[in-house]
Design a protein around this ligand. Sequence first.
Ligand SMILES: [Zn+2]
Length: 379
Amino acid sequence: MTTVATDRLIAPHGGMLVDRTGERPEGLERLERVTLTSREVSDLDMLACGALSPLVGFMGRDDYERVVEEMRLASGLIWALPVCLAVPEAPRGDRVALVDEAGTALAVLDVEDVYEYDRTREAERCFRTTDDAHPGVARLYAQHPLYLSGLVTVFERPRPQFEELARDPVETRAIFAERGWKRVVGFQTRNPIHRAHEYLTKVALETVDGLLVHPLVGDTKSDDVPAETRVECYRVLLDGYYPSDRVLLSAFPAAMRYAGPREAVWHAICRKNYGCSHFIVGRDHAGVGDYYGTYDAQLIFDAFEPHELDLEPLFFEHSFFCRACGSMASAKTCPHPAEEHVFLSGTKVRELLAAGEVPPEEFTRHEVAEVLIEAYRQG
Ligand SMILES: [Zn+2]
C-alpha cells in the first residue's frame, strides 16, 4: 500500500486504495492461460491500480449476486456493475495466467470460484433491457458461460494509449494534494466537449477547488469520436479556456458498458477512488439509443442514503447559449423560448463539420471545431 499526502481528500471507496500490482512470479510459463477480452483487460488494469477499490480481483459469486440484485457488494458497500471474468471452462489448477488477446501475460489469478451465471438476468437487471441490439447486452450475450473469480496480481500493465495522461488514483490524489485541493469534481466524458459541457464543468468548478476532466479512453462504440481526436479537442479547449492550476486532464482507462444509470453510479465510485469528492451526472449519462429515461442516471442515486456514497453527485440539465440571457443557461435558469437558444442536433453538427464548416461559437469553441474538421478531412 502506498501512502501519500491525501489527508484532505475523500477516502477511497471502502476506505483503502487497493494496489494489486506485483512481481512476475516464477513458473509463469507452466500455468494454464486464460485470454481476456479488451474490456476485461481494462477491468484488470483498473483492479491493479485501485480504480475499482475495494475490489482486489474478479468478483466471486456472493458479490456478483448481490451486485446484480441490489447494487451492493456482499459486504453491503454500494457497487453498481459486475466486474467479472468470463471463461469457457473451469481451469484445472488453482492459479492461472491472465493474458491479453495478443498472448502477452499480464497477471496471475488465484482461483477462488468458478460459477454459472444467467446472461438474461444480468442484462435485465444491469442494462434494464434484454435487447441484443444494445451494445453492452450484445457483449454480455457473446461472453463465455462461466465466471472465474479470484485475487489478481498484475505484473504487466497494458501500455496506455496516452502515456502523459495515464495517471493512477494514487497519482491523481498526489496531484490534488500537492495543489491543496480538498473538494474535487470529476467529469466523465466520451465526447468532444462543446460549450454545453464546458458550462457544466465550470458551474461545478465555481463551488469546489479543482476539476478532473477524465475522458474515458477504453473501448467505445465504433461510431463514437476516436479517443485521439477527443484528446486533442480537450487539450485545445483546456489551453484556451480553463485556468491550468484548477484543472487536471487525465485518462480514464475504463471501457464503456453503456449501462446508463448503473454505469453512472459505477463511474462515480471509480472517480471517488481517483480522489473526487463530487461527480457530474448529466442527462442520459452513459446511455445509448433510447434505452434509458432522460433522468434515470440521476434518479438512481436516490436508491442510496446520502452518506453512503460519501461522494456528492451533481445533477445537471442540458444547457445551451441563450441569446436573450446573453449567456449559457439551462431550463433551470432561463425563462426564454427555444427560438432564443442556440441548439444544434448531433446530426447537424456532424454535417457542418464534415462539410468543413465551423458551427456557431455559441455552440462550440472554434479551436475544438477545427480539430474535428481536420479529423473528418483525414478520416
Ligand atoms: Zn434565456
